[in-house]
Ligand binder design. Structure first.
Ligand code: GCU
Length: 671
C-alpha cells in the first residue's frame, strides 16, 4: 500500500514538474509566426531556432536572421540584436541573443541594435549536491543530478529534467555548473560517477553549459590508494594527470575543478606542509593542456585565529602572484560566511596579480531557507558596487573581478545553487527570482535590482488576456495593483531580513548548525569559540559589537584607504556595519539621536513590521496569481512573520540581560 502510494505520489510530482517545468520565468506564450533564417547548423543553433519559433512575439510573419560573423565589438558569448536579427561570433552567442530578443519582445522593451557582452566570461552555479542525492544547505528537495537508489542509471526523466534546467540557465546566460558539493566525496571521480557526469554534460552541452566537478584533495590516497596526497609527490602528480586525462577522454569540453582545501576539516596542501599555491598549481598543470581551470576557494578559518574575518586575507595575500594563470581564487562576498549583511571581503582588489572571482550564495542558508521571502539581488549589488579603492576611487568589487582593472586570464562569478527536485525548483516561488537574478547580474554586473525584479515579475506572473482592448486595461491594472507593490516588497525584503535578524552589523547569531532562527546565547562548554554566536556579538554589560578597529583585531587594516580610516571611526563607519567593526556602549549616540540600545530595538521591530506589510501586499495580490502559488507564498509569509517575531523577541530579551535597559514603549512587546 505504502509503495503504491509513494509510486502515485512520485508520478504526481513528475506530472506537476512536467506541467510546471517551463513555468519558471520561461512561460509558454502564444507566439506569432516567424521564419528563422540560419545558414549554419548545430545543436545549439537548433535550440535557438526552436525557441524563436515557439516564443516569437515580434511582428507577425516576420523573418528573423541568425548570423555568425567575426565582429570585434562582440566578445566571447556576446551578441548584437536588432528587431529581426541576432549576430554573434559563436553559436552560444546566438542562443543568448535569441533569449534576449524573446525577453525584450515579452517585456515590450526597445531593441536598438546594441552589442551586449557579458561582464564575466564564466558564469557558474555551484551545486552542493552529494552523491547520495542530499543537498548541503539545500531547501528545495533532493538533488536533480544524484540519487541514492539506482544512482547511476540515467533515465529519460533525468534527461528531461536536466534539459529544463539547462534551458533555464541558458536563458539567463549561465554557462557553467559544478555538479557536486565542495565538501566533495572522492567517489565523484570514480569511473561510474564520471559516466553519469558525461551523460549530464551531453544534455547541457547544446545549451552552452560546461560541467565542472568539486574534488577532495585527498582523492589520490582515498580513491587511488596512494600512500599520500602530497601535491609535490611525483605519484600524486601522475595520479591527477591520469584522472584529468580520463575525464577529458569522455567529456572533451569539461570545464575544470573546484576545490575546498584546508578548510573546515577538509584535507588540503597544508596537511603536507605545502601552500594553497602548491596545491592549486599542481591541479592547474594537469588541466592546462585541455584548457581547464581550477577554482580554488579562499574560505578558510581556524580556531586559533583571533578574528576569523581576517584569516582568508592573511593566508592568501602572501601568495599573490604565485598562482598559475588557469587558477582563479574563489572568494565569498564577505569575510565570514554569507551573512545577511557583511562588508565585502578585503581580498577583492587586494590580490592584484591573481585572478579572483566572487562567490555568492543563492540558497538561503542564513536568510530564512526557502521559507522567508528574501530577494538577494540588492545584497549582491551592494557587494559588487562596493568601492575597494584599491586602484583609486571607483575600484568596485565588480571592476576588480570582471577584468576592467586587472588583466585576468579568466573572469568568473559563482552562485551556490538553490535548486532541487521540488516542483517549483527552489522550494519557494520567490526563490526562483534569486536564481534568475544571479544569472542576470553575472551577465551584466551593472544591472539594477529594481530592473531585475521588474523583469522577473513580468516574465513569471504576467498573464495577458487575448483580447487586445482588455489586454491594455489589464496591463495598466496589473502594473499598479500587482507589479509595483510586489516589486517594492521584493526590493525591501533583504533589508527587512537584516533588520529582524542581524541589524547594525551583527552577524552569525543564528541557531547552530541549521542556521535558521535566533540563538545568540549558544555556547556550550568545549565548543570552538568561532562557532559560537557570543564570539561574534561580544555583548556584555559595557556594550555590544566586535572591535575590529586598530585598537581591536585591526581587520580594518586589511582595507585600502580611505576606507580603512572610515571604517575605523564609529562616526564615519556606515551604521549598517557599525557592530561589525565596533564594540560600543549601550548608550552610544546614533545619528538619529537614539541611543544604541533603543536603535537596536527599533531595528528589530521594524523588520517585523516590514514582514507584516509584505503579508498585506501579498494578500492584495490574490486575484493576479493562481491559487497554488498564492497560497504557498501566503503560507510562507505567515511562517516568516512568526520567525521574525521570534528573532526580535529572542534577541532583544537576550541582549537586554546585558544592556539592562527598558525596551521602548512604542514597539511591539516581546511575547
Ligand atoms: C558554510 C556552510 C557549510 C559549507 C561551507 C562552505 O560554512 O555552513 O555547509 O560547507 O560554508 O562554503 O564550504
Amino acid at each position: 500500500m505504502k509503495s503504491l502510494f509513494s509510486c502515485v505520489f512520485f508520478l504526481a510530482t513528475l506530472t506537476l514538474r512536467a506541467q510546471d517545468g517551463h513555468s519558471l520565468w520561461l512561460q509558454n506564450k502564444a507566439s506569432k509566426s516567424v521564419t528563422v533564417i540560419c545558414t549554419k547548423k548545430s545543436p545549439t543553433l537548433s535550440i535557438a531556432i526552436r525557441e524563436l519559433k515557439d516564443g516569437w512575439q515580434g511582428k507577425a510573419d516576420a523573418s528573423c536572421t541568425l548570423s555568425i560573423k567575426k565582429d570585434k565589438t562582440i566578445k566571447s558569448d556576446g551578441f548584437k540584436l536588432s528587431e529581426n536579427a541576432v549576430e554573434a561570433n559563436t553559436d552560444k552567442g546566438i542562443l543568448y541573443g535569441a533569449y534576449e530578443l524573446l525577453r525584450r519582445q515579452q517585456l515590450q522593451e526597445a531593441i536598438t541594435g546594441e552589442v551586449e557582452n557579458p561582464s564575466y566570461e564564466i558564469r557558474i552555479l555551484n551545486h552542493w549536491d552529494n552523491p547520495d542525492g542530499s543537498v548541503e544547505r539545500g531547501y528545495a528537495g533532493n538533488s536533480i543530478f544524484w540519487r541514492s537508489n539506482d544512482a547511476l542509471v540515467v533515465t529519460e526523466q533525468d534527461k528531461k529534467l536536466w534539459q529544463e534546467y539547462a534551458r533555464a540557465n541558458a536563458s539567463v546566460g549561465i554557462n557553467g555548473t559544478v555538479l557536486n558539493n565542495v565538501n566533495a566525496s572522492p567517489l565523484i571521480l570514480s569511473a561510474d560517477y564520471l559516466n553519469r557526469v558525461k551523460a549530464i554534460a551531453e544534455v547541457l552541452r547544446p545549451y552552452g553549459i560546461k560541467v565542472y566537478l568539486s574534488v577532495k584533495f585527498s582523492s589520490p590516497a582515498l580513491l587511488g590508494k596512494l600512500k599520500t596526497s602530497d601535491p609535490l609527490d611525483a605519484e600524486v602528480i601522475a595520479w591527477w594527470k591520469n584522472k584529468v586525462k580520463e575525464i577529458y577522454s569522455i567529456i572533451p569540453d569539461f570545464g575544470g575543478l573546484l576545490v575546498k582545501a584546508s578548510s573546515e576539516g577538509q584535507p588540503g596542501p597544508q596537511d603536507f606542509g605545502r601552500t594553497h599555491a602548491d596545491g592549486a598549481n599542481m591541479l592547474a598543470d594537469a588541466l592546462k593542456p585541455y584548457g581547464g581551470i581550477v577554482m580554488w576557494r579562499a574560505f578558510v578559518y581556524s580556531p586559533n585565529d583571533k578574528d576569523r574575518a581576517k584569516q582568508a586575507y592573511n593566508e592568501f595575500m602572501p601568495l599573490d602572484g604565485k598562482f598559475s594563470d588557469n587558477v582563479i581564487i574563489q572568494v565569498k562576498n564577505g569575510p565570514i560566511d554569507f551573512q545577511p549583511r557583511e562588508p565585502f571581503s578585503a581580498l577583492f582588489g587586494a590580490m592584484k596579480k591573481t585572478s579572483v572571482m566572487p562567490e555568492f550564495q543563492i540558497t538561503q542558508e542564513y536568510l530564512g531557507h526557502s521559507i522567508h521571502l528574501v530577494f538577494l539581488s540588492p545584497m549582491w549589488e551592494e557587494c559588487l558596487q562596493s568601492d575597494t579603492y584599491q586602484q583609486g576611487e571607483g575600484s568596485t568589487v565588480a571592476r576588480c573581478t570582471d577584468g576592467s582593472i586587472y588583466n585576468q586570464t579568466y573572469t568568473a562569478i559563482a552562485g551556490v545553487a538553490n535548486i532541487g527536485l521540488d516542483a517549483n525548483w527552489c522550494g519557494n516561488d520567490f526563490a526562483q527570482a534569486n536564481w534568475y537574478a544571479f544569472g542576470r547580474l553575472a551577465w551584466n554586473v551593472n544591472f539594477k535590482s529594481a530592473q531585475i525584479a521588474d523583469e522577473w515579475l513580468k516574465l513569471t506572473f504576467y498573464n495577458a488576456t487575448s483580447n487586445e482592448t482588455s489586454a491594455t486595461s489589464y496591463a495598466t491594472e496589473w502594473t499598479s495593483n500587482f507589479l509595483s507593490p510586489v516589486k517594492q516588497m521584493m526590493l525591501d525584503s533583504r533589508e527587512a531580513a537584516v533588520n529582524y535578524m542581524t541589524p547594525l552589523g551583527l552577524h552569525h547569531i543564528m541557531a547552530a548548525n541549521e542556521h535558521y532562527g535566533p540563538q545568540p546565547w549558544w555556547a556550550p562548554e568545549g565548543t570552538r569559540a568561532d562557532w559560537t554566536p557570543p564570539y561574534y556579538h561580544r555583548a556584555s554589560k559595557d556594550g555590544i559589537g566586535f572591535n575590529r578597529t586598530t585598537t581591536g583585531s585591526d581587520a580594518v587594516g586589511q582595507y585600502h584607504e580611505p576606507l580603512a580610516s572610515q571604517l575605523n571611526d564609529p562616526k564615519t563607519c556606515p551604521e549598517n556595519l557599525l557592530l561589525w567593526f565596533h564594540h560600543l556602549p549601550w548608550n552610544y549616540n546614533m545619528k538619529d539621536g537614539r541611543i544604541l540600545w533603543d536603535e537596536l530595538c527599533y531595528r528589530y521591530d521594524s523588520g517585523v513590521q516590514q514582514v507584516r506589510s509584505f503579508q498585506k501586499t501579498w494578500d492584495k495580490a490574490q486575484s493576479y496569481v493562481d491559487s497554488v502559488r498564492f497560497k504557498s507564498v501566503q503560507q510562507n509569509l505567515r511562517l516568516q512573520c512568526r520567525n521574525a517575531i521570534l528573532w526580535k523577541d529572542a534577541c532583544l530579551l537576550y541582549f537586554q540581560r546585558f544592556s539592562q535597559l527598558p525596551i521602548p514603549y512604542d514597539i511591539e512587546r516581546p511575547v
